[in-house]
Design a protein around this ligand. Structure first.
Ligand SMILES: Cc1ncc(COP(=O)(O)O)c(C=O)c1O
Length: 397
């Protein structure tokens, strides 16, 4: 708000492929794919047309009780088929924060149905970001996001983001009988783009399995190809989570939609009859959003964009590395998925750097503590990646 008052808003008016244009007609390379979501690039008329067709047939009705729409049911089947959870059920939401809070509530309800109502504590990690709803904010490891709102949600705990022993220690201290679930972003995103230490994900997965703690992977950023070469980080790392939270790349952000993938054992008590999970969102499974997701998945498949994201993983790793030599930069974090961070040596310079990037034709943003977020659309070519890196280097110099 302060930035808007000081220098006015940055108004975006158009997008095409890996580029956006501001309202004055200036062109920028989009280094972030919006907020990590435009996986198929901007300006896809195939998605717009699919949504238009769906809205003129049925925009939406309801996803409550036994009601759904044909396109939504078809999408659920399609997602279950690519989900790295065998036999996955799919619960639709309106975005990532909805997905996270749905998973928090379902984890607790599940244990209640299992006769273990004390299993309530949900565990997150330092640096973690899990959206902005009350549950997800309490679960996050970003103190600035949590502070000064009063107590958001009791029964939330935090462990070190890069140390599996820290999770084990917490379980030993407070007891697995009190812990519902552990939430993990495969790559820490909004908290500053930190890649998991080697072996970390497999280790925490095993700890959760050994202690009967639900393992929930937050793939709002990494899902639908951003991890590179696979639909999900959980597939790439063979994690078989109990739940996966998603959004963003599901529709490439063309319309809002999220989904939680749920292992059959967790869903079963609520299908068995007699027990309701009283939870749902008006726009969960919105038919127009489902049509957008279908068209988006078609594009990812037909254009081989999972492989393009894998190409970006190595492109970014190679072309960003030399930026580490600039005095303004302390570190480059890259090499896993179509994401990278250019860490500013002085995080307080981030607003000025973003301004300089715009002057050099790059639309960017800082995550965490002064980490320039690099998360391009999967259609960004290798030549465009090099051009982007050159411009970022010029701006930083
Ligand atoms: C890992 C993660 N979880 C949850 C969310 C929240 O998603 P949304 O902003 O769609 O509510 C985000 C958003 O950036 C995210 O990065």
């Amino acid at each position: 708000m302060g930035a808007v008052r000081a220098s006015g808003p940055f108004v975006v008016a158009k997008g095409e492929g890996a580029y956006i244009w501001d309202a004055a007609g200036n062109k920028y390379i989009d280094s972030t794919a919006g907020l990590w979501f435009t996986n198929v690039g901007h300006g896809r008329t195939a998605i717009a047309d699919a949504v238009a067709r769906q809205l003129s047939t049925l925009a939406h009705y309801s996803g409550f009780g036994d009601i759904t729409s044909d396109v939504t049911a078809a999408l659920a089947d399609r997602l279950a088929a690519i989900a790295p959870i065998p036999g996955s059920k799919v619960f639709f939401t309106s975005g990532g924060s909805d997905s996270v809070d749905s998973a928090v509530k379902l984890a607790r309800r599940y244990w209640h149905e299992m006769g273990k109502p004390d299993k309530k504590i949900v565990v997150g990690r330092t640096k973690a970001y899990h959206g902005m709803h009350v549950g997800g904010t309490a679960l996050s490891g970003l103190p600035l996001n949590r502070e000064n709102h009063g107590e958001l949600m009791p029964d939330a705990a935090t462990v070190e983001w890069d140390d599996a022993k820290s999770l084990l220690g917490l379980i030993e201290r407070i007891g697995a009988d009190n812990i519902a679930a552990f939430f993990v972003e495969p790559i820490i995103g909004a908290g500053g783009i930190y890649l998991p230490p080697d072996g970390y994900l497999a280790e925490v997965r095993q700890i959760c399995r050994d202690h009967d703690v639900l393992f929930v992977v937050d793939e709002v950023v990494t899902g639908f190809g951003r991890i590179g070469g696979s639909w999900f980080a959980s597939s790439r790392f063979g994690l078989e989570p109990d739940m996966i939270t998603t959004a963003k790349g599901l529709t490439s952000g063309y319309v809002p939609m999220g989904a939680v993938f749920i292992a059959p054992k967790i869903a079963e008590p609520f299908y068995a009859g007699g027990v309701w999970w009283r939870h749902g969102y008006t726009y969960g499974g919105h038919a127009g959003a489902a049509a957008a997701a279908m068209a988006n998945l078609d594009i990812i498949e037909s254009e081989g964009l999972l492989e393009e994201a894998a190409r970006l993983e190595s492109d970014l790793h190679v072309v960003l590395a030399p930026l580490a030599d600039l005095p303004a930069v302390s570190e480059i974090r890259s090499g896993l998925g179509a994401v990278a961070a250019v860490q500013l040596a002085d995080p307080s310079t981030a607003p000025a750097v973003i301004g300089a990037l715009r002057k050099h034709g790059v639309s960017g943003r800082a995550a965490g503590q002064g980490a320039l977020q690099i998360s391009p659309a999967f259609v960004m070519t290798s030549a465009q990646v090099s051009d982007m890196a050159q411009r970022i280097g010029d701006a930083l110099a």
